[in-house]
Design a binder for this molecule. Sequence first.
Ligand code: FES
Length: 294
Amino acid sequence: MATSSVNPGTQRTDNWQLDSLINFFALAAFIIYATIRAFENNYFEVPGTQYISPFYSPYIPHILSALGIHIKQLEQALPGHSLSWIISPALFILWAPAGFRASCYFYRKTYYRSVFAAPAACAVGPKNGNPLFAFLNNTFGNLLGKGSKYEGERSLPMVFMNLHRYFFYVALGLIAVHVIDTLTSFFLPGFSGIRLGFGSVLLVIDLVLLSAYVFGCHSWRHILGGQLDCFSGCPISEVRHHAYQRQGLLNASHMQFAWISMFWIAGVDFYISQLSKGVWTDFVFYTHAWKGLF
Ligand code: FES
C-alpha cells in the first residue's frame, strides 16, 4: 500500500470513505423513514384487503381487544383524552426488529464504522481528514468504550450486544408474524373469499428475504453446529453437519440479505401506506368471494 503524505490518519490511498458514507446515508434514510411511520399511527391497513404494514404487525389494539381491553372504552373513561397518540402500535413492535438488527454482527460492523467512525474504515485513524467522520467519532465514538475506538463488547453499554443470541428467538417470532400476515393477505376481509393482489406478492418476497436474513444469523449457525468440536460419531451430528453447511450459504450472503430485507420491508410499508391513502390502487390478479358459505 502506498504511503500518503497528505493524511496523517491513514496510509490508505483508495476511496475508503465511500463505503462508510453510503452506509451512513442508507442507515439514516431507513431510520428517519421508520421513525416517521412509527409515530404516524395511520395508513397501515388497506380497506377491502387484509394487508397490514409490517411496521404495525402484530396490531396491538387487535390483541388487546381479544383480551377484552378496548381502546375506545379506555378513552371514554378519560373524557376529552385520545389515547391514539400515545398508543402508536408500531412503538410496541419495533423494539424487536430494531434490537435484533442493531445487535446483528453485520450491522454492528456497519454502524461502528459509518455512524461512530470508530474507526471509519480498516487501517484508518480518527484524524483521517473527513470532517463528518471526525464529528461522528467525537460525538458517538465514546459509546464503544474508552478512547473512541472499538474495544469489544466487554463493558457497558456495548456489552448489551451479547443479547443478540436471545434476540434471535425474538426474530423467529417475527417470522411467524410475517407468515401469518402473508397468508392472511390472500383472503378477503373476514376470510369471505380469496384475493390475489400485488401486495401479497410483495409480502411473499418480504417473507423470503426476511427468512434468508434471519436464518443466515451467526447465532443460528452456532446453534446448528458452531459449538461442536466434531461432527462425526452419531447420526444427529451428521444431520447437524449438513444443516451447518447449508446455512453457510445464507451466512455468506448475510450482508446482502440484511440490506435488501431491511429496505424491502420499508418498501412494503410504503406500498401499503399509498394504497391506504388512495394514492395507488392494488393490482388484483384474481378474486373470488365464497357466497353463501358464511
Ligand atoms: S448476526 Fe446478523 S442477524 Fe445474527
